[in-house]
Design a protein around this ligand. Structure first.
Ligand code: NDP
Length: 433
């Protein structure tokens, strides 16, 4: 555990998965040991780390670090987003890539696990600077990706604009027009409903989970954290299903809106004007802006963390329980610490892990890949209906997997078990590779 090799987020994700797989591992110990299955599944198939030089508007040259972790291709081409955020390092990309293996497996679609990104900070950059960065990033990344090998997508800091610039550079260098990225613009191979998919999918999942536990989303008070792609469409769908969402946040502060979040205003500020949440509070008399963090102190029935990893801590979990929260469903990847997850589960709060609850994004990306391969575009309604079916199936799969091992209601274990079993079978069938 030399400090330069220590990857806390990756270790946290692996510990969580392996601990909850204990009953499956015990039942198959000899079989797995013979082929070193666990040792192989926690080691990425390939890691690419590269230099990303780019020039800012003043002519100054900057150098960022780029990554692509191709973690597991047992059930399909690597698939997973590209994160652009100053906090990005190899450990974070490995944690995200590892989680992605099981999430992708849960969708029921043929996609392997991967993740990538850079420590580049897109905040405050001009369009031209973003383009310079994206082109430089893709100049290196294009050597290892392709429609049948590895298909990256968006994540924190990578939205439709960045995907567009990267797609343009891939086409220019490789000379092929193929579905090498998902989350593309609608005029060049993007899928309707991809923008909405993760947030909408989170709500389809939550609705089913509540329904199967004798409750409903309608009429509930909901707290959401984050105000990016996942958060915005989680707020929108929650409201469509009759819930009242009272909070959103970003990395500098949060908003409490007693009348419920005005989603049209939120979209305008974040998607069109690219401004901060302070602008929301200025435009809306019923809203209060607070600096720092604090979303989870607001009383709610359902909590949907949609910002980033480890944003819901043990103290937040205690507040949620105290305030009578009945369900937490993760829109972000691993937003709840291990300690907080355990506390919520022990106190009877339904807990839906991200790898199941936020799988709607990657599932719809896989639907985008299908449309690109067929060279067709489906209607919004068709994609949305498929997304809903997939999310309902995921809920029942993980619920059944938990029940099979006597762990009723433990959706963390259920998601890991259901996701793992399919990948493990495929890896064993394909020999020692
Ligand atoms: P965006 O970049 O669109 O939004 C991220 C949001 O989280 C912003 O409000 C951002 O605030 C906030 N945030 C980011 N980093 C931090 C931090 N360190 N502390 C506090 N707040 C932070 O990203 P997405 O909405 O796409 O992604 C959100 C989460 O969902 C991530 O965990 C991502 O991996 C996960 N996810 C996304 C999917 C998708 O389809 N987009 C699919 C599945 C999972 P600020 O603007 O101030 O940075």
């Amino acid at each position: 555990e030399r400090k330069d090799y220590y990857e806390p987020e990756f270790v946290q994700a692996v510990s969580e998965v392996l601990n909850s797989l204990r009953p499956v591992i015990d039942a198959n110990e000899k079989k797995y040991r013979q082929v070193a299955l666990l040792e192989r599944i926690i080691e990425p198939e390939r890691i690419l780390r590269f230099r990303v030089p780019w020039i800012d508007d003043k002519g100054q040259v900057h150098v960022n670090r780029g990554y692509r972790v191709q973690f597991n291709s047992a059930i399909g081409p690597y698939k997973g987003g590209l994160r652009l955020h100053p906090s990005v390092n190899l450990g974070i990309i490995k944690f995200l890539g590892f989680e992605q293996i099981f999430k992708n497996s849960l969708t029921g679609l043929p996609i392997g696990g991967g993740k990538g990104g850079s420590d580049f900070d897109p905040k405050g950059k001009s369009d031209r600077e973003i383009m310079m960065f994206c082109q430089s990033f893709m100049t290196e990344l294009c050597k290892v990706i392709g429609a049948d090998t590895d298909v990256p997508a968006g994540d924190i800091g990578t939205g439709a604009r960045e995907i567009g610039y990267m797609f343009g550079q891939y086409k220019r260098i490789c000379g092929t027009y193929e579905g090498v990225l998902t989350g593309k613009g609608l005029s060049f191979g993007g899928s309707l409903a991809r923008t909405e998919a993760t947030g909408y999918g989170l709500l389809y999942f939550t609705e089913e989970m509540l329904k199967c536990n004798d409750s409903t989303i309608e009429g509930k008070t909901v707290c959401v954290s984050g105000s990016g792609n996942v958060a915005i469409y989680a707020v929108e769908k929650a409201q469509m299903l009759g819930a009242k969402v009272v909070t959103v946040s970003d990395s500098t502060g949060w908003v409490y809106d007693k009348d419920g979040i005005d989603v049209a205003l939120l979209k305008d500020i974040k998607e069109n004007r690219r401004e901060r949440l302070t602008a929301y509070a200025e435009a809306r008399p019923s809203a209060q802006y607070h600096a720092g963090r604090g979303v989870w102190q607001i009383k709610c029935d359902v909590a949907l963390p949609c910002a980033t990893q480890n944003e819901l801590t043990i103290d937040d979990a205690k507040l949620l329980v105290e305030n009578g929260c009945i369900a937490v469903a993760e829109g972000a990847n691993m937003p709840t610490t291990l300690e907080a997850t355990k506390y919520l589960q022990e106190h009877g709060v339904m807990f839906a892990p991200g790898k199941a609850a936020n799988a709607g994004g990657v599932a719809t990306s896989a639907l985008e890949m299908s449309q690109n391969s067929e060279r067709v575009s489906w209607t919004f309604e068709k994609v949305d209906a498929k997304l809903k079916d997939i999310m309902i199936n995921i809920y029942h799969n993980i619920d059944n997997a938990a029940k099979k091992y006597g762990l009723d209601g433990d959706y963390v274990a259920g998601a890991n078990i259901a996701g793992f079993e399919k990948v493990a079978d495929a890896m064993m069938a394909q020999g020692i590779v």
